[in-house]
Design a protein around this ligand. Structure first.
Ligand code: A3P
Length: 301
């Protein structure tokens, strides 16, 4: 064993019953005590649901469509990841904790989190912060997550897809049950200043969704700027943008040769991976776990 355990796979720990990276659990006291500012905007998602896409859109809106300003730093520095905490030795190119980075970030801040709603630090509610939640259908999420587990070395080995599907359905993956996550945030949408968006809607009609975001933020933007935002945040543009595609992460943490972070960016890729039997089993499980909810997902667009 080397001195640095950076990049070595490790089993997940548990934070209030939610499976999570052990380093994040170590940093939890600072996250729980995090002081939000009234003009913070929280971007909340279950992993692999379009977080980076939504983050780039918001940074563009915050900079009035100025592409150069949005290249000032990597997305994970422009939109700090609240509960992130590195472990052991930290490469100079990456910050050691989301909370530390946020403290140094001037307002108005964009804040990223994958926390389930019940674990959100109280301060966001106390300060009345706006939240944008983005959800994606679980079949595409699980496939995207499977590839992400392979390339991002902080995860345990995902094994075969069949195994990973079971783990996902049982909520035994980082951030726990997708079902509880999307439902938990959905149920809170009346209480909070919350805009609930869907990846599939964003794929179908990004202009309409960007307009919804602008309205939610109370911002007016000229048509030319909207067009620039849409172009700059397309999958093809983001895939080749080093400030958005995570390629500046140390390769000990993310190995893009195993699977690029900007992988496919489509809805319905699960059809290329699920067997008929897996799909039937997944559908039954989905019906059971979404029963009684008016939350609906489009499995393809
Ligand atoms: P795939 O693995 O299905 O390609 P997150 O940012 O929450 O980790 O989500 C990553 C997923 O969003 C990946 O999905 C990634 O390709 C996709 N994605 C990133 N930018 C996108 C964009 N501009 N348009 C569509 N999908 C995008």
């Amino acid at each position: 064993p080397g001195l640095l355990n950076e990049g070595c796979r490790e089993e997940l720990g548990s934070l209030h019953g939610i499976p999570l990276y052990k380093s994040f659990i170590e940093g939890w006291p600072q996250v729980e005590a995090f002081q939000a500012r009234h003009d913070d905007l929280l971007i909340a998602t279950y992993p692999k649901s379009g977080t980076t896409w939504l983050s780039e859109i918001l940074d563009m809106i915050y900079h009035d469509g100025d592409v150069e300003k949005c290249r000032r730093d990597a997305i994970f520095n422009r939109v700090p990841f609240l509960e992130m905490k590195s472990r052991g030795h930290i490469p100079l190119s990456s910050p050691s904790a989301g909370v530390e980075l946020l403290e140094k970030t001037p307002s108005p801040r964009l804040v990223k989190t994958h926390l389930p709603v019940q674990l959100l630090p109280a301060s966001f509610q106390e300060k009345g912060c706006k939240v944008i939640y983005m959800a994606r259908n679980p079949k595409d999420v699980v496939i995207s997550y499977y590839y992400f587990y392979q390339m991002a070395k902080m995860h345990p080995d995902p094994g075969m897809l069949a195994e990973f599907l079971e783990a996902f359905m049982n909520g035994k993956v980082a951030y726990g049950s997708w079902y509880e996550h999307v439902r938990g945030w959905w149920e809170k949408r009346q209480e909070k200043q919350l805009l609930y968006l869907f990846y599939e809607d964003m794929k179908k009609d990004p202009r309409r969704e960007v307009q919804k975001i602008l309205q939610f933020l109370g911002k007016e933007v000229v048509e030319e700027t909207v067009a620039r935002i849409l172009h700059h945040t397309s999958f093809q543009e983001m895939k080749k943008n080093p400030a958005a595609n995570y390629e500046t992460m140390p390769s000990s943490l993310m190995d893009h040769s195993l699977s690029p972070f900007m992988r496919k960016g489509i809805s319905g890729d699960w059809k290329n991976h699920f067997t008929v039997a897996q799909n039937e089993r997944f559908d039954r499980h989905y019906q059971q776990h979404m029963a009684g909810s008016d939350l609906c997902f489009q499995m393809e667009v």
